[in-house]
Design a protein around this ligand. Structure first.
Ligand code: ZN
Length: 205
């Protein structure tokens, strides 16, 4: 791609670093911004920069938050002894949309994936086990996607909880193998949270 402006070329190069955005789309977006009032670009830059600088992760559940303890963890109306274990923030959003889970969350930040070099210590597992050890939580709901990595992660956590008094369940029903949780439709997802099954019962013999 030949540019008559180095400034435009730099902008296009930066925009095209984003996932799913090729050079052509980046050019279209850059030209779009050039047609808009200058303030619009300033607002975009400001919003992105504020998000990057000031956004926090909840100190309890690792969900994204503007304050130390996220809105879900600090809501007194939530059931604080049932914790739903999810891979990432998008899963929290998907489950919140179903309105079927009144408890709290624990965001792992990924799944165990040896192929990509992601081990248990790269995830928020220690803080989850510590949380369970404090003895207040009655039930953990594993809501990871039914992929091999999701199953491996569930099982790893399950083993870490050995000897601790905690009920573990999984939302196996309704989410087919290989389906990512974030893509499950709300009704199916909501139903599978309500009809969750004991985790041990879900293990293949
Ligand atoms: Zn939280």
């Amino acid at each position: 791609m030949e540019f008559s402006s180095k400034l435009l070329e730099n902008a296009v190069n930066e925009i095209s670093q984003l996932p799913g955005i090729g050079k052509r789309t980046a050019l279209r977006l850059a030209l779009h911004l050039l047609k808009q009032p200058k303030e619009q670009t300033a607002h975009l830059v400001q919003a992105l920069s504020h998000m990057r600088e000031d956004l926090k992760f909840c100190k309890s559940c690792h969900n994204i938050s503007d304050v130390e303890l996220c809105e879900i963890c600090s809501n007194p109306l939530r059931t604080d002894d049932i914790v739903c274990v999810v891979e990432d923030i998008r899963d929290v959003m998907a489950i919140e949309n179903t309105a079927s889970h009144k408890g709290l969350y624990h965001v792992l930040g990924g799944k165990i994936n040896p192929m990509e070099g992601i081990g248990p210590h790269d995830l928020n597992i220690v803080s989850l086990v510590e949380k369970v050890k404090r003895g207040h939580i009655k039930e953990l709901i594993f809501a990871l996607s039914s992929t091999m990595e999701g199953d491996t992660t569930n099982f790893y956590i399950f083993k870490q909880l050995k000897g601790l008094e905690i009920k573990t369940s999984t939302i196996a029903g309704g989410i087919s193998v290989g389906d990512e949780l974030e893509y499950a439709d709300e009704i199916t997802l909501g139903r599978s949270i309500i009809n969750r099954i004991p985790f041990e019962g879900s293990l293949k013999q």
